[in-house]
Design a protein around this ligand. Structure first.
Ligand code: HEM
Length: 105
């Protein structure tokens, strides 16, 4: 029997050339541990992707103009920030944010 060669569409790549789909998935709880307070790592989620902004002096100790790292800041970037998402261009995507389980109510 001939194998069906259903080549999937190429996934978008991260800056490091890693397909997004192959990045590790982190839960909101794991993300929350990277708020720059409990550990040195400073991570921020934006549109389902997690960026490592540890080396930014503008995110020292996880704080950035009244915003805290360790969480999904998609809404905040779109509504409060004086800049666009291009501020993430020089940072590495290190993972994907796990979706919350579907609500049963
Ligand atoms: C009151 C809201 C905010 C203010 C006043 C603010 C202000 C700034 C300023 C002045 C810069 C540096 C210059 C520039 O690139 O425009 C910056 C960079 C940056 N911002 Fe914001 N920001 C805000 C909210 C946010 C939010 C919600 C996020 C995340 C989702 C964010 C992520 C970043 C990142 C990743 C950088 C680049 C840091 C670097 O290059 O070291 N900002 N922000």
């Amino acid at each position: 029997m001939a194998a069906v060669d259903a080549t999937p569409p190429l996934p978008p790549l991260t800056a490091g050339g890693v397909p997004l789909a192959e990045l590790p998935e982190y839960s909101r709880h794991q993300l929350a541990l990277r708020n720059g307070q409990d550990r040195d790592e400073v991570w921020v989620a934006y549109q389902g992707l997690i960026y490592d902004v540890t080396r930014s002096r503008l995110w020292k100790r996880g704080n950035h103009y009244e915003h805290w790292a360790g969480q999904d800041l998609t809404r905040e970037l779109q509504h409060d920030a004086p800049h666009t998402e291009h501020v993430f261009d020089r940072f590495t995507v290190i993972g994907r944010l796990q979706l919350p389980p579907p609500s049963t109510t």
